[in-house]
Ligand binder design. Structure first.
Ligand code: AMP
Length: 459
């Protein structure tokens, strides 16, 4: 389905054509017509499915149409303009028409950038990001422009709300993006407080990997007669992302394997996930010494440094991003061809989010996990969650000394039927499906520097 058939404003259609979008994605096809009617929406959809445009295009369409209508002011607006004699007083609170709440700064910045792209032909539609880590004076300047669209992380927004810098009395559209992540991160009270400051007449759209549990309960409370769209559940299959795992004996083996994998010429760009911020730094340093263009991304870094790193990733200057879960949540760089789980994530949901950093915008991706034998139980809970078995592969010359029993690798769900093209580590070694690059370069990474980490301990 084309965007023209959805009846969107011609200025939006032009911006979409300039962005190279020809067809609406499934979530866009299903969401946009309902959102244009002004109905509340609960949408469960896979990360990378095009959900930003699904909620942003109808909102931009609404603001573009309002801008061409003769101005009709609400009583509140008339009172304010009478008081101000047509001038905005210096400290008048910003009165946005749309608020998008997002769990992380990266996602909020991405949504803002996407909005600017979609509204590129509409000078009157402005979006601003309000994030933790950004200097307050800069944010005051942005708010003074009184943008229609605010994209914010909940914590910093609460600060501005408490200090009277933002007034939600004119809010028309509220979006909760990755609502499940926001609840996981403990934002429930902030979200409730923010919603309580918005008019009951607003349109509410909630996007989440799952609509079950706490998210479902919150959705019930904050929406009215919502239309429910389920594109894919939280255990989404990510069919365009190939998955596999390699068992490792110890840390040295893991590092050798990482080095080998990163020399694969088919890797365009790669995100390597670590369990801790410190490891993200240490591994990025080691990889740089080994000749890879690597950079760390984690929550201890200043926001400006995080932004610089992401810009370097987007421009291709950085090939390997070594990141922790929180920092990497929401990263959308279509050229990320591989994800490597150097450490397994804490939860199966995080696994799904991690591998969703690749295979973006309809491309294919490969997600590889490096797994200690003792972590087989974590693999099984991931497999139970995704209802997919992760094939085990062995790379000739990098075989694990230990084997993991076939019994322990039986499918973790259903009736025990084998799924996929599994090569168990107890079976004959099979060469993994990618080209062996050149022999390691001189000075190549040879495992941890002495004293860097003695134990096979990832947390
Ligand atoms: P999102 O799920 O909104 O983060 O979008 C994931 C990626 O898909 C982003 O890189 C978008 O620019 C891209 N995208 C979204 N909608 C479309 C579309 N209709 N056609 C092509 N690319 C799209």
């Amino acid at each position: 389905m084309t965007f023209a058939t959805l009846g969107l404003n011609p200025a939006i259609l032009k911006a979409l054509a300039d962005s190279g979008y020809t067809q609406a994605t499934t979530v866009q096809m299903q969401t946009i017509p309902v959102a244009l009617e002004g109905r509340d929406l609960l949408v469960s959809s896979q990360t990378g499915s095009g959900k930003t445009a699904a909620f942003m295009l109808p909102a931009i369409h609404r603001f573009a149409s309002a801008a061409t209508q003769p101005a009709t002011k609400t009583p509140n607006q008339m009172r304010q303009s009478a008081q101000s004699h047509g001038h905005r007083p210096r400290f008048q609170a910003a009165q946005p028409k749309m608020l998008v709440l997002a769990p992380t700064r990266e996602l909020a910045l991405q949504v803002t950038a996407a909005t600017e792209k979609y509204a590129a032909q509409l000078r009157q539609v402005k979006a601003v990001a309000i994030l933790g880590g950004m200097p307050y004076p800069k944010q005051m300047q942005l708010l003074a422009r009184n943008p229609q669209i605010l994209v914010a992380t909940p914590g910093r927004l609460i600060d501005h709300l408490n200090s009277g810098k933002i007034d939600f009395s004119q809010l028309e559209v509220l979006v909760l993006d990755e609502a499940d992540r926001m609840l996981d991160m403990g934002f429930i009270e902030d979200i409730e407080k923010i919603i309580a400051a918005t008019p009951a007449t607003r349109q509410t759209m909630l996007f989440s990997a799952t609509l079950d549990g706490m998210v479902g309960q919150m959705a019930q409370k904050i929406t009215r007669n919502a239309h429910v769209i389920k594109i894919a559940g939280g255990s989404s299959k990510h069919e365009n992302i190939q998955q596999r795992l390699h068992f490792v004996d110890d840390l040295a083996h893991k590092n050798r394997l990482l080095d080998y994998l990163l020399r694969d010429v088919s890797i365009d760009q790669c995100v390597v996930f670590t369990a801790t911020k410190r490891d993200a730094d240490v591994i990025a340093d080691r990889l740089n010494i080994a000749g890879f263009s690597a950079a760390a991304l984690h929550g201890d870094m200043q926001q400006s440094a995080r932004n610089r790193t992401l810009t370097a990733m987007r421009s291709g200057q950085v090939r390997v991003l070594v990141a922790t879960d929180v920092a990497a949540r929401g990263i959308d760089v279509p050229t990320i061809s591989h994800v490597i789980n150097y450490d397994l994530p804490k939860s199966p949901e995080d696994y799904v989010h991690r591998i969703g950093r690749t295979g973006r915008a309809g491309r294919n991706g490969l997600a590889i996990s490096l797994v200690n034998h003792a972590e087989n139980f974590s693999v099984r809970s991931i497999e139970r969650f995704t209802k997919q078995q992760i094939p085990v592969e062995i790379i000739v010359g990098h075989e694990p000394k230990r084997t993991t029993s076939t019994a322990a690798r039986k499918p973790a769900w259903g009736n025990g039927k084998r799924v996929g093209n599994r090569v168990d580590s107890t079976a004959a070694p099979k060469r993994a499906g990618f080209s062996r690059p050149d022999a390691p370069r001189k000075g190549a990474f040879k495992g941890p520097r002495s004293g860097a980490r003695q134990q096979f301990s990832d947390r």
